[in-house]
Design a protein around this ligand. Sequence first.
Ligand SMILES: Cc1cc2ncn([C@H]3O[C@H](COP(=O)(O)O)[C@@H](O)[C@H]3O)c2cc1C
Ligand SMILES: O=C(O)c1cccnc1
Length: 350
Amino acid sequence: MTLQEVLARIQPVEQAIAGQTQARLDRLTKPLGSLGRLEETAVRYATITGEVKPAVPRGVVFTFAADHGVATEGVSAYPREVTPQMVLNFLRGGAGVNVLARHAGVDVRVVDIGVAYDFGSVSGLIHKKVMAGTNNLLVESAMSRDQAVQALQVGIELATEAAREGIGLIGTGEMGIGNTTPSAAITAVMTGRPVAEVTGRGTGIDEAGHARKVAVIEQALDRHRPNRADAIDALVKVGGLEIAGLAGLILGAAARRVPVVLDGFIAGAAALIAVGLQPLCRDYLIASHRSVERGHQAILEHLSLKPLLDLDLRLGEGTGACLGMSLVQASIKILTEMATFEEAGVSQRD
Ligand SMILES: Cc1cc2ncn([C@H]3O[C@H](COP(=O)(O)O)[C@@H](O)[C@H]3O)c2cc1C
Ligand SMILES: O=C(O)c1cccnc1
């Protein structure tokens, strides 16, 4: 499916099913509403998929990896080589996302969409390199419009394939040294908030590094003036390839009525792009957690998303998404496995 086809295919979620789903939850052996956000999550899942009694979904978290030209400006606490090194760590199963994915019973798929390193034919990696890292957005556009669309298309294809395989829940993950910089730039553009308000410390840069990061983003926005009404323009001028891939993944999943569990700040920036391209896809998103990264709150508010967890995470990779996916699965089990008052012979309230 092309980007235009996907945008046209996304439908509003089935709000009509919300009432039926809540009615079932209300017949289960518990005080009314007592499973709180788990009930709300089950209702969200039902409205997205259109199923009143869904099966517990199989989950996959997609971790898109890419490098950033702007990393040469000293905006990250870690060197650029960490991106390919972490990709190999993901493939060996040793990273945070691998551990939490195993814990949640979901699979991790690792995608090279733009790492500045030649992985050869290493197995287990999904090879979809669009370019070997973005250009330095401080001095030129991060990528061309063709490359942005190509990266969106990679995400769309991966989501479409996953839906065909029967995957019922998709999580977002990423790896890319420097990627909180384009994410903050996108957040400033798409929410209209000042750069300083949405720029955090990423991997843990110090005060001086943070001031430099804010200045780099402000100068880049001054130079490029991305058009907020054209989300692809924001990707081209100040984006990243993994962010574009994730935006495509969200759109592709929404087109197939598959719920998407968002990770933290970078995933949020991708969601701003996806919603910018097709506002209806907002209702297909479930926010797993509130990241420590400054600016994530602005994204959550802009998208009117309430995160399930608040664990002071600031890792990325899809770690928070794994935990969120396990809660979504728990909410479906509640909806479909718990006994009703009638079945269990338990007396209802007066
Ligand atoms: C060892 C290591 C593992 C990571 N896993 C995710 N990130 C996270 O940190 C990076 C973003 O922060 P910044 O913009 O400050 O570079 C991304 O790669 C993100 O996924 C990591 C970072 C490091 C160092
Ligand atoms: O919120 C995130 O996803 C995040 C925050 C800091 C660094 N890497 C990722």
